[in-house]
Design a protein. Structure first.
Length: 444
């Protein structure tokens, strides 16, 4: 039986399975709080309408995703007469455990049981982003099922309602790229992304970072959990890059306003979930702070979290996409998953030491970023390299990064190409995507 005080990740597999079964049987309810107003707690998101809502059915009674703090699944509103799909909403059943639930720093305005900070941060960033670029931030549509903290029957859980992204996340798109042809008995790996798509990704991520910098009157937000699993893709925007899916930065559950305490790495930021293979030097740990008798756990003890922390994580995402490796072997030495690649110690990214790490390297070389067999342009590789500077002051700002991308990107016409006018050469510049499922108007 799952303890109500436990975080999802810390539960036994049988308890996790119970939660999944219960979530799939959950009778969909509209969020008790919808983010549809301007000002106040809502920030202008679209409304979720009442109707007949059904969960999608996946093999083996599965769900779309699970994570450290809960379960994610998709519900569709269907026309009861012909079962065509009218709307889609992704619901995240957050199982944070009592410690994080009762921490006021994880709620908007420090009000436990009010608006989850994850929803507030996403919509604050969305609202201050240039309207044309808001498409690059996944919107939170509302939240509900929050049990007030003083209730005795407390399960330390709640639900967040997010917009649906039809083409999944970057990790799935990377895995979806076709295998190269065999040479002899050796399979040569997957076909690398075309360079215009990487420039498009880079531009989209830079725009999302600019939005994060504008939050809270330009105080800014540090995301902390940027990685391929939190970079989603939706149907293309037909006005620009109509052949590429719209990139959206998602999951602001670890996002923090860049207050003095956040910059100095004290307070709530010490216990935020961070995916260490994509951590910047300044928020990477040698040991998690909740470990028994942890040593001074910041890998780089004399650094500060800044707006350029987001830029470093963008650099790691771009490097991962260039090499079709998630995570990068050089930064996967702390707690690698089963079967994951880990670079030899001499090539690993380490950030301790005042001048140079005792083992490994501070920064990746251009040869590591661009190993081939397909070689990307020097302009692209150099810009990714600059995002990954160990010294944060040497990294680009988000605004400068976007300006440099605009000055150097070679989209090869993919910013305007459509299915009707693609040249033979441009067909080779498309990326392989799964067929769009659960389209509005399609049969459920």
């Amino acid at each position: 039986m799952a303890l109500p005080t436990s975080r999802y990740y810390d539960m036994a597999p049988i308890a996790q399975a119970q939660l999944i079964r219960g979530f799939l049987r959950w009778a969909f309810r509209l969020p008790g709080n919808q983010a549809v107003t301007t000002g106040g707690q809502g920030l202008g998101q679209r409304a979720i309408a009442a109707g007949v809502w059904r969960p999608i059915v996946l093999p083996a009674n599965g769900v779309m995703a699970t994570g450290g703090e809960g379960i994610v699944h998709l519900w569709c509103r269907v026309d009861p007469n012909n079962l065509t799909i009218q709307d889609r909403v992704v619901v995240k059943n957050v199982v944070s455990g009592s410690t994080r639930y009762l921490d006021p720093h994880n709620w908007a305005s420090d009000t436990v049981g009010g608006e989850p900070l994850e929803c507030r941060q996403a919509n604050v960033v969305w609202s201050v982003t240039t309207p044309a670029d808001r498409k690059h931030i996944q919107a939170c549509l509302g939240w509900g099922d929050v049990v007030p903290p003083h209730y005795v029957a407390q399960n330390y859980r709640y639900k967040i309602y997010n917009e649906y992204c039809a083409h999944k996340n970057l990790h799935k798109i990377m895995k979806n790229q076709p295998k190269r042809k065999k040479k002899g008995a050796v399979r040569r790996g997957r076909r690398q992304f075309p360079e215009p798509f990487l420039w498009y990704m880079f531009e989209s991520l830079a725009k999302a970072c600019i939005g994060m910098n504008r939050a809270y009157m330009y105080t800014g937000v540090v995301h902390q959990d940027l990685h391929p699993g939190n970079v989603f893709f939706d149907v293309p925007d037909q006005t620009r890059f109509p052949m590429y899916p719209v990139l959206k930065v998602a999951d602001f559950g670890s996002a923090r306003r860049l207050t003095l305490s956040t910059r100095l790495r004290v307070g709530a930021v010490r216990t935020d979930p961070v995916f260490l293979p994509y951590a910047a030097p300044e928020n990477a740990w040698n040991a998690p702070p909740w470990a028994p008798n942890p040593p001074p756990f910041w890998e780089a003890p004399n650094m500060a979290i800044t707006q350029r922390t987001n830029i470093y994580q963008v650099g790691l995402i771009m490097a991962s996409a260039m090499r079709l490796l998630n995570p990068l072997p050089e930064n996967n030495w702390r707690d690698p998953g089963r079967g994951e690649r880990v670079a030899p110690p001499a090539n690993q990214l380490h950030h301790d030491g005042a001048i140079a790490p005792a083992v490994g390297v501070h920064e990746l070389t251009q040869a590591q970023l661009n190993p081939g067999p397909k070689r990307y342009s020097n302009a692209l590789v150099t810009m990714v390299e600059d995002c990954l500077r160990h010294n944060a002051t040497q990294r680009s700002t988000a605004d400068n990064l976007l300006q440099t991308i605009n000055a150097n990107a070679n989209f090869q016409g993919m910013d305007t190409a459509t299915a009707a006018n693609l040249t033979a050469a441009q067909r080779e510049l498309c990326v392989d995507l799964d067929n769009e499922q659960y389209r509005i108007g399609s049969l459920f």
